[in-house]
Design a protein around this ligand. Structure first.
Ligand SMILES: Cc1ncc(COP(=O)(O)O)c(C=O)c1O
Length: 372
């Protein structure tokens, strides 16, 4: 019998991966997936090879949905969809489906992904900026006092965590009148407890907190599905996708499988309450390291700091470069900040280990002492 590469794979030392996405996947999920790639449920056929209409995949998708609902406490009047095209498709699919010609949607302008969504929405209707932090290089979440909604928006859209800037909403906006709330939660979905009843719709690309790239989770209230204003292509029709249990065509079967495993992993950690505590503790380690030194400058305003993406700079671009090279040599990978803001970005999604935050904080202290 031929031996396969998994032996090497399982003994190779893994780096601390601070990637902003695709991000870290829980180790026991990866190990279980290795087995299920070979044969799932004792079928003799791996998860990649099963028909999306067969009984094995029925079980995979049904469990993934049930686990997603249990973890997020999603009520029965919401649909859970596993779609394709990433969160970027949702940027246009939402307004294409729900924003009628001549109608207005309100958006919060808090960084690249938020502004991309605004640009896409502008193709279909009028975009009103309800709040913006553009004037301060997107270093914050707009305050309620600075928020101005339009008269009767169809919906209000916000990005709960700004992956590039390292800012995060620590409250949920309340839309005016009959408007419903849409959230791009791609980079902080299920990183803390969530009250889904505050939302009409929420979406998240999978590759940060939920699994691999290529699958986007959409949670949408039933009555919203009835509000589609255009005759949509089949693949972009939320109502049709809900009716077909996300299987209008061949869905991203492996992505759905892996998301299902991640939901089970979250439950094994004790659920979202426990996940939040773990994330708070990891974030504190790094923010303490930044705040405890004159060497590092954080990008985000203190009260709007993200627990998922921590952005900071050293005193110069040359030192940033040196920092990144030395961190990499110490098995701390992917710390380079996004090109639009530079510096460093430490992304610590749910599955990122606490020990990695401690290792980076200790490295930061050392680096500051040597180079300060
Ligand atoms: C908040 C946010 N929204 C949208 C996207 C785009 O996601 P995708 O690449 O899955 O289309 C990203 C990607 O990093 C993101 O961080």
């Amino acid at each position: 019998m031929t031996t396969c590469a998994t032996t090497d794979l399982n003994t190779t030392k893994r780096a601390y991966n601070f990637s902003a996405g695709p991000g870290v996947i829980p180790e026991d999920v990866i190990r279980a997936a290795q087995e299920d790639l070979w044969s799932i449920f004792g079928s003799g056929i791996g998860i990649l090879e099963h028909s999306h209409r067969g009984k094995e995949f029925d079980r995979v998708i049904e469990e993934a949905e049930a686990d997603c609902r249990r973890v997020g406490n999603i009520p029965d009047n919401y649909r859970v969809l596993f779609l394709q095209g990433g969160a970027t498709t949702q940027c246009y699919q939402v307004p294409m489906a729900f924003l009628a010609d001549g109608k207005t949607a309100d958006y919060f302008s808090t960084g690249k992904w938020a502004t991309d969504s605004m640009k896409e929405a502008g193709r279909y209707g009028t975009v009103h900026v309800a709040g913006s932090s553009e004037a301060t290089a997107f270093d914050r979440i707009p305050d309620d006092a600075d928020t101005k909604y339009s008269d009767s928006p169809t919906y209000v859209h916000y990005t709960s965590n700004n992956t590039i800037m390292g800012t995060q909403w620590h409250r949920t906006p309340t839309p005016p009148g009959d408007a419903w709330l849409v959230c791009d939660a791609s980079s902080d979905i299920y990183s803390r407890p969530i009250d889904i009843t505050r939302f009409g719709m929420l979406y998240a690309g999978g590759q940060k907190n939920l699994g691999p790239a290529g699958t986007v989770l959409v949670i949408v209230r039933d009555d919203i599905l009835e509000k589609q204003v255009r005759d949509l292509p089949w693949m972009l029709d939320y109502k049709l996708q809900a009716k077909k249990q996300s299987r209008y065509n061949t869905p991203p079967t492996f992505g759905i499988y892996l998301m299902g495993q991640v939901f089970k992993w979250i439950e094994r950690q004790g659920g979202l309450g426990e996940i939040e505590k773990i994330n708070n503790a990891k974030g504190k380690v790094l923010y303490d390291a930044i705040d405890g030194s004159d060497f590092y400058t954080p990008h985000a305003r203190v009260q709007d700091r993200s627990l998922m993406n921590i952005t900071f700079k050293s005193p110069s671009a040359e030192l940033d470069k040196k920092f990144l090279a030395e961190a990499d040599a110490h098995s701390m990978a992917n710390l380079k900040g996004h090109r639009s803001i530079g510096g460093m970005r430490a992304s610590m999604y749910n599955a990122f280990p606490h020990a990695g935050a401690v290792a980076l904080a200790s490295f930061m202290k050392d680096f500051a002492q040597k180079n300060g």
